[in-house]
Write a new protein. Structure first.
Lengths: 635, 374
């Protein structure tokens, strides 16, 4: 039989019968060999599982070498003077391995009778038991009190199969006060599981969820260790470790925060919704970072109940909201000093330029729009830049802003950090809006109107900023030096050595030139706190130090023309926001502060006193430090 | 449906399966294997639904590939065999030049966002090529034809060996060698070749083998000398299997597996989990399933109509058997540890699709038959 197998080649003459014979013989041969090999595998299994079964069974029961993973201790967090802000505390729990218990119900009954657990813990445990394998240890109760640990140990012989386990759990001794700064750790969830190095986190139960705890997770966590131990049949370790690779604890972090100043701010803000930020503008250190109201981060660590969590999320005052970093507020009059400096520097005004303020300002366009001063009677006919700042005269700044134009304002104010990240090491801050023509076109699809510029001139309209940005900007004006990234972590300890983190210069910087114009503005800001007509003079009456500042009162509702703002008639949630920016001391400014109080009314009446309290504390602490150092020097 | 049911079953299978070109006895074997495998995997992974889900997705994709290849008539890839082989060789060279390094070896090639191992293609392309070469010639092959076939096998094997991926290289070489064997290489030639290997082995040990490879062989010979090191795998897996006894310790109840004494229990050493938890009964069931699949493969080979399909189906079946044998042999301690997964049972593995494609080809060979005159 002939067959052409491939059309492209010359025909090959094949003997099909012979070929088939070869193939069949070989295939059958192969199959026989395969069956023999299968029999080989089967006999090997028979040998292991039947002949040698007793031997291997004993060896399995004696199997004692096990490698256990050891979680590293999380790094500690300190304030700038070494006060512990986040620590690891021993927490006791009762663990049960169902496999080891003869009669689980009897055991649970005994534990219940000793009043170590509640009925609800038992139901939870039984539910968990259904979904877990018998070898695994299941938590019966977390956070066993010291007293109950003693009760358990006293009755230990009756409670075979259950044991008390100690584990380190994060604890924040300053509770609410630092909630928005430190953040908190919590149990690792499914989403985080996909991002972390599962080998290094194999023994770890907690991970930074927000704040410093999240931002520095990689540093704080540390490196997993292992212990090779002898274990019994049920997998419990007995005796000492045979081989041990101790875990490397996470790095300790020293924050720039001064907890005493934070405490003062927290006390001063009691009852207010808002934020306080205190910085050292010369290097970017954040001394105090407070957002109120707040929450106890400790309640999140081992898991907050749904009810408590709902309470926090449903609260009108939004305690979970970090106002210092994410609250976007109109800066209001507080940016007048910065705008005044730009006007002077760009020679749009001089220190002698005056305007007439009859209580309103007429925009020099066709429509001749009338825009009112906050003070119905006006600030007089000869208002110069200094008076305009001290008494917060709106028409002066309407006029100045109108003359400067939005492009100049926008670019100069960006250099002060508005609309930009402050670079703080938290990863949560918002950039706010420094409005410009481009911004309005892309965000609102509208062109820029002169009226928009006039609004920007008094820090309202589209302009908004975080308290962090405001502190940053006033700090620049105070020092006349370069803008630094704000920072919380200032030193890190890995192993024994503390290493300092150097401050980082921001990319965009205002050019302060010879500081002559800065001094004009600073003088005016000094008057705010010291002169009889200054808007914050009452707040700073009797201060032992000299400081400068600027108040801001931001209307949250528009007044119809001719309508008067009457605090008593308006719902509190529409009351003005109060803002105060300041710095001290005058001759060589060390710190800058921003206070924002939501619906706080006039900046001079609510925000400035908070700033006063914090500044008082700062100088008190300075004095104490000096006194403490003196005897040491004399020795 | 008996394994040995011949043409009878073909006539009865004219329903849905026939239209899809599915071979029902083979399908049944594969499904039993996969079902059993998933059960063992769930236990071996410590009850991880995540792994279970990932494995099911992988199996479904591989299943799709099988159905697709079953649908292609063998004629088609017979015609394309030289081209597939050539492209495969080019890709192997490309891997060495521009390939991605993974776990210390260059095995991956990225193409249009896809990442794949050309060596996977060669697992099928090599037996296909050798079968194609012999199908064009008279059988049994003469000496010069054997030489050509040898080159066709050694070239890709060498390229894979220097990636380096010795395991895959040996498997591919053996899949080609099976075709030569089935094509009727004379016994005396075969025996002389085996002699050469026996003589060469000590030379290879002394001059070529890396220390870690030598260690594996030494540990295999005497695992107790390194109880906590390389011998640990072998000892623990034998304890697991042996302690399983006749009936096993029960699903998810194996102390060796669940207390994590057994390393790589969801991948290469999954057979030990099965042995511990299901005992000799489970081992018997698994081996019977594999034997059913292999037996069906041989039957398909015997009943194939052309030299090419006969050789190819025989080689595919033998290669699959080698996978099974090497893995179980390694886990039960009669072969050294070489790091091969248990086909269609071990977790993951890029080879799953290749294995299922080869079963698709087997099914195609069985179902795309011409009616022969008389």
């Amino acid at each position: 039989m002939l067959k052409q197998t491939n059309q492209f080649k010359a025909p090959v003459f094949k003997d099909h019968r012979q070929e088939r014979e070869i193939l069949v013989t070989r295939t059958v041969f192969a199959f026989v060999v395969v069956i023999l090999f299968f029999i080989l595998l089967l006999s090997r299994s028979w040998f292991l599982q039947v002949v040698e079964h007793e031997n291997y069974k004993t060896r399995s029961n004696n199997n004692r070498i096990s490698v256990q993973r050891v979680a590293p201790n999380r790094g500690l967090i300190f304030d700038r003077h070494g006060v512990l802000l986040a620590e690891n505390k021993s927490v006791y729990s009762i663990q049960v391995i169902p496999e080891q218990v003869k009669d689980i119900n009897k055991l649970l009954d005994k534990i219940l009778k000793l009043k170590l657990v509640k009925e609800s813990d038992l139901t939870r445990f039984k539910n968990k038991m259904r979904g877990t394998r018998r070898f695994k240890s299941i938590e019966l109760i977390t956070r066993l009190s010291e007293k109950n640990v003693a009760v358990f140990s006293a009755n230990g012989h009756l409670l075979k199969g259950a044991r008390v386990e100690a584990q380190l759990v994060r604890y924040y001794p300053f509770k609410n006060m630092l909630a928005h700064t430190l953040g908190f750790v919590g149990r690792i969830n499914e989403k985080e599981l996909n991002k972390i190095d599962t080998v290094n986190y194999r023994a770890t139960r907690f991970i930074g969820k927000v704040g410093i705890e999240k931002y520095y997770e990689a540093l704080l966590h540390g490196k997993i260790g292992s212990r090779t131990v002898e274990i019994d049949v049920q997998g419990r370790a007995i005796g000492k470790a045979i081989k041990e690779t101790p875990p490397i604890p996470g790095a300790n972090i020293k924050l720039s925060i001064d907890i005493k100043l934070q405490q003062a701010a927290s006390k001063a803000m009691e009852g207010y919704r808002g934020a306080v930020v205190v910085i050292i503008p010369r290097n970017g250190d954040v001394l105090a970072l407070l957002s109120t109201p707040n929450y106890d981060p400790n309640s999140f660590v081992t898991g907050i109940s749904t009810k408590d969590y709902a309470k926090l999320t449903n609260s009108n005052s939004q305690p979970l909201f970090n106002r210092a970093l994410r609250g976007l507020y109109s800066p209001g009059s507080t940016i007048k000093p910065m705008l005044a400096w730009v006007g002077l520097e760009k020679k749009i005004i001089t220190k002698n330029t005056t305007i007439n303020d009859p209580g309103y300002w007429v925009m020099p366009t066709k429509e001749q729009r009338i825009i009112r001063d906050w003070k119905p009677t006006g600030h007089g006919s000869h208002v110069n830049v200094s008076t305009a700042i001290t008494q917060s005269c709106d028409p002066f700044f309407y006029d100045l802003a109108y003359k400067m134009g939005i492009d100049l304002i926008s670019s100069e104010m960006s250099n002060f950090g508005f609309g930009r990240s402050t670079g703080i090491d938290m990863g949560e801050e918002l950039k706010g809006i420094m409005p410009s023509r481009e911004w309005k076109r892309s965000a609102r699809n509208l062109s820029w109107f002169p009226g928009d510029t006039v609004n920007v001139g008094i820090g309202q309209g589209y302009w908004n900023a975080t308290p962090l940005q405001l502190a940053n900007a006033i700090g620049l004006l105070a020092t006349g030096e370069s803008r630094h990234h704000l920072r919380l972590a200032m030193e890190i300890q890995e192993g024994e050595e503390w290493s300092a983190i150097s401050p980082i210069l921001a990319k965009q910087q205002p050019d302060f030139g010879d500081q002559k114009n800065l001094n004009i503005v600073r003088k005016a800001m000094e008057k705010v706190t010291r002169f009889p007509w200054g808007t914050a003079k009452t707040a700073f009456k009797g201060a032992t130090y000299k400081s400068a500042g600027k108040t801001g009162t931001v209307q949250l509702i528009k007044m119809a023309e001719g309508e008067e703002y009457n605090k008593d008639e308006i719902d509190t949630k529409f009351h003005d926001n109060a803002v105060y920016l300041g710095y001290a001391p005058l001759n060589y400014p060390e710190i800058a502060i921003a206070v924002v109080i939501e619906n706080g009314g006039h900046g001079g009446e609510s925000a400035a006193p908070v700033a006063r309290a914090v500044l008082d504390k700062y100088f008190e602490l300075q004095k104490q430090a000096k006194n403490n150092n003196k005897p040491a020097e004399n020795q | 449906m008996s394994l040995l049911s011949g043409d009878m079953s073909d006539r009865r299978n004219k329903g849905f399966a026939a239209k899809l070109h599915i071979d029902l006895p083979l399908l049944a074997g594969l499904l039993v294997l996969m079902g059993f495998g998933l059960m063992v995997l769930y236990s071996a992974s410590g009850g991880s639904e995540l792994q279970l889900r990932a494995q099911i997705i992988r199996l479904v994709i591989a299943f799709g590939a099988m159905i697709f290849f079953a649908w292609i008539p063998p004629r088609v890839y017979q015609k394309w065999t030289p081209l597939i082989f050539t492209v495969g060789i080019i890709m192997l060279i490309a891997v060495l030049l521009v390939g991605e390094v993974g776990k210390g070896a260059q095995r991956w090639l990225s193409f249009a966002g896809f990442r794949f191992q050309p060596s996977e293609i060669m697992k099928l392309a090599v037996p296909m090529m050798v079968a194609w070469y012999f199908s064009e010639r008279r059988l049994p092959p003469n000496f010069s034809e054997l030489l050509v076939a040898g080159v066709l096998i050694i070239l890709p094997s060498y390229l894979i060996m220097i990636q380096p991926d010795l395991g895959t290289s040996i498997l591919i070489a053996s899949s080609g060698a099976f075709v030569i064997f089935l094509a009727g290489i004379r016994w005396r030639v075969l025996i002389s070749l085996l002699l050469v290997v026996v003589i060469y082995a000590p030379i290879h040990w002394l001059l070529v083998m890396q220390d870690y490879q030598k260690q594996r062989v030494l540990t295999f010979i005497n695992p107790e000398q390194d109880r906590l090191g390389a011998g640990y795998h072998i000892i623990q897996s034998q304890i697991a299997i042996g302690s399983g006894g006749m009936k096993g310790k029960g699903w998810m109840q194996g102390t060796q597996s669940q207390l994590e004494f057994l390393p790589e229990r969801n991948t290469d050493f999954i057979f030990a989990v099965l042995g511990e938890e299901f005992g000799f009964t489970g081992v018997l069931l698994l081996l019977a399933t594999y034997l059913w699949i292999v037996g069906r493969g041989f039957l398909i080979s015997l009943r194939a109509q052309e030299t090419y399909t006969r050789l190819l189906s025989g080689a595919i079946t033998l290669t699959f058997f080698v996978y099974v044998f090497v893995n179980i042999g390694m886990v039960t301690g009669i072969l050294p540890v070489v790091g091969l997964p248990l086909p269609l049972v071990s977790y993951g593995g890029t080879s799953m699709v290749t294995v299922m494609v080869s079963f698709g080809i087997l099914m195609g060979i069985q179902t795309h038959k011409k009616l022969l005159p008389g």
